[in-house]
Structures are given as C-alpha cells and as structure tokens.
Design a protein around this ligand. Structure first.
Ligand code: SF4
Length: 229
C-alpha cells in the first residue's frame, strides 16, 4: 500500500514506475554504496558527520583517527579541553564551532542516553547539533534502518527528475517515502547523492551524456544537452 505525499496525495502507478526506473538505473550504476566518511560505530558516525559540514570527507577522515584515539567514548569527549580538540579538528574548518558542537553532542549523549546512540529518529534529533538529515544518515548507514536523508544533492536530483515538487527537506523526504518501498529507503540517499556529484551537478549537470535524460523532467536539460553536442 503506497504512502501519501506531503500534500496528502497518493502517487499514481506511473509515478511509482518512473521512480523505480530511476532507482533501478542507480542500482546498476552503484551496486553497493555507503558514506565516504570512515567510522566504526554510530557514535563515530555522528561526530564525523558534524565535522563534515563545509569540508570534504577526505579532510574529516584524516583528523578522525586522532580525535577518537584521544577521546574514544562520548564520556571522554564530554570532558575534553576545547583547546586541545580545536587543534585536532582545525583543518576541517569552522573548528571552534565544530569543537563546541561535538563536545555538546557528547555531553548530551551522556546525559540523555548514558553514552549510547539511540536507534530512533525522534531521540536522535534531541541531541545537540543533530538534525533530521544526520539522524537519517546514521539510521540508514549504521543499522540499515528505513530512513531517507535529504541533503542538497537529494533535493536537487529528486526535483529535476520530477519525483517531488516540494522544496522543504521534510516534505521531500515524505514524497520519496511515498514513492519507494520501505525496504529500499536506506539505499536511496547515498545513490541520489553520488549521482548528483557525478552527473547531475548543481551548476554543470552533464545532461548531454545523462542516461536519465528521457525520464528527467527538468526543462533546462534540453538546452544544456544541446550545447554539449
Ligand atoms: S538530464 Fe540533466 S538534469 Fe536531468 S538528471 Fe540528467 S544531468 Fe540531471
């Protein structure tokens, strides 16, 4: 039984067929996929996701081993000297704010959940610095739980292909959940994100070579593809 979109409507079988066609092509292109951030557990993924704002995953992967060697648990980081943490995360940018965020996150985990990461979206978003997107990434990547994280790539790709007409991430998440079976939700975000990075770039989408051209509904694709030829 298909779910409802954000506007209360139910996707038609044609809508679901199109969504399935897009996802099937992504599955062929990216048979297995996961975040490029290195992590060993939910705690580490939460922290590196906070650190990944406004920087590359590679940068985060370079500093994370030092951070977790110095502060293996939320209890350790909650008690950390901010100046020492700032030095460790310096190269990820916005280091003062990020240091504050991860120490507060660690303290929150200790206070609210005895230092263990809750496996529940409503609980996760009560943690400092953890929004719906980060919470969904953790649920999908760590536990393979049915969750769809909507970031800027997912928003752009879903809009251009014609899977949603919404602009609010929570509504886009609802629209995508209405289109796809729950069993596939955990595999949606990372594939949309990778496709957005590889082909459907924000400024320079490669429409002239895009295998999705025929099912894509973005009007500008025709002009862009014409110029590429
Ligand atoms: S045709 Fe262009 S806009 Fe459409 S999905 Fe492909 S790259 Fe993106």
């Amino acid at each position: 039984m298909p779910g409802q979109r954000a506007d209360g409507s139910t996707p038609s079988s044609a809508d679901r067929g199109k969504a399935r066609a897009f996802f099937n092509r992504l599955l062929k292109r990216y048979p297995s996929i996961g975040t490029a951030l290195d992590f060993e557990d939910a705690w580490q993924l939460l922290v590196v996701t906070v650190l990944s704002a406004q920087t590359t995953d590679e940068n985060v992967n370079k500093v994370a081993p030092n951070l977790f060697a110095a502060y293996p648990t939320p209890a350790d980081l909650a008690e950390a000297n901010p100046e020492v943490v700032e030095q460790i995360v310096f190269s990820t940018g916005f280091y003062r704010q990020k240091t504050k965020s991860i120490i507060k996150l660690a303290a929150d985990l200790e206070d609210k959940f005895d230092g263990s990461v809750p496996r529940d979206l409503d609980d996760l978003v009560t943690l400092a610095g953890v929004g719906r997107k980060t919470a969904s990434v953790v649920l999908a990547e760590v536990w393979d739980d049915p969750a769809i994280a909507v970031d800027t790539h997912v928003k752009r790709v879903a809009g251009r292909i014609g899977l949603t007409s919404e602009t609010d991430p929570v509504k886009i998440e609802k629209d995508l959940k209405a289109l796809y079976p729950m069993s596939t939700w955990s595999g949606v975000s990372m594939r949309f994100i990778q496709f957005g990075r590889d082909t459907c770039d924000a400024r320079r989408p490669d429409c002239g070579n895009c295998e999705m051209f025929k099912i894509c509904e973005w009007p500008d694709r025709i002009e862009i593809a014409g110029k590429a030829r």
